[in-house]
Design a protein around this ligand. Structure first.
Ligand code: SF4
Length: 215
């Protein structure tokens, strides 16, 4: 059984987004500050092992001081660490951010590259981060983080054990034009309804179509 026996992809994403907006999912506040591919790159680097609310507050503060590789490189590692505290591993990330800015300036004329291979070659940027940035460029990328992986399995859309497998499966079955919308809808829904622990199944608008209710 899969939620897709009851909803089209378009309906599914719409239901998820509507419920998540009603519950003020943090991702919507966070995305307000992510207006350029460079900002998306910095935000995904900062977001690992960090609560979304914290990343949102920190990116807002950081982008007021520096929103380009050149401006970022003018800040010392100590200044950066202070600015991005309390994101997880803030000292390591401060160093990585300076490395990232330097590589962008030296190898890409200060621009964010537009291919998966170039993006994943940047310091601190992995598969998920690269896909988030590609989606900012309007490319049909599917960024699979823990929310996307967990919810896709709970809803019976895929049956996978690793995010890379989920990404491959979703690429096969999600309509092309909806791929760039998927990450935000799933992340938002995962933050406020289908949470990792104690999902709100009793109040979930997908409950009747969900094979893993209460998982
Ligand atoms: S019913 Fe529960 S497990 Fe299924 S999608 Fe809703 S919150 Fe997630």
């Amino acid at each position: 059984m899969s939620v897709l026996d009851h909803f089209t992809w378009e309906e599914l994403l719409e239901v998820m987004e509507r419920e998540a907006r009603r519950r003020h999912a943090p991702v919507y506040e966070f995305k307000k500050h992510i207006t350029t591919p460079f900002r998306a790159l910095v935000a995904v680097l900062l977001s690992s092992r960090t609560r979304d609310e914290t990343t949102a507050a920190v990116t807002k503060r950081l982008f007021q001081r520096a929103s380009s590789p050149e401006e970022l490189l003018k800040l010392s590692e100590e200044e950066l660490a202070e600015l991005i505290y309390p994101v997880g591993f803030y000292r390591v990330k401060a160093r990585k951010l300076r490395e990232l800015a330097r590589v962008l300036i030296e190898r890409h004329a200060g621009e964010v590259p537009r291919t998966f291979e170039e993006l994943t070659a940047l310091p601190g940027i992995g598969r998920k981060s690269a896909n988030i940035v590609l989606a900012r460029f309007g490319k049909s990328a599917i960024a699979v983080d823990t929310h996307v992986h967990r919810i896709s399995n709970r809803l019976g859309i895929v049956s996978t054990s690793k995010p890379e497998e989920t990404e491959r499966e979703l690429h096969r079955i999600v309509p092309e034009e909806l791929k760039i919308k998927l990450n935000r809808a799933f992340v938002a829904f995962g933050q406020v309804v289908c949470k990792p622990v104690k999902p709100l199944c009793d109040a979930c608008p997908l409950a009747e179509a969900c094979p893993k209710i209460g998982a």
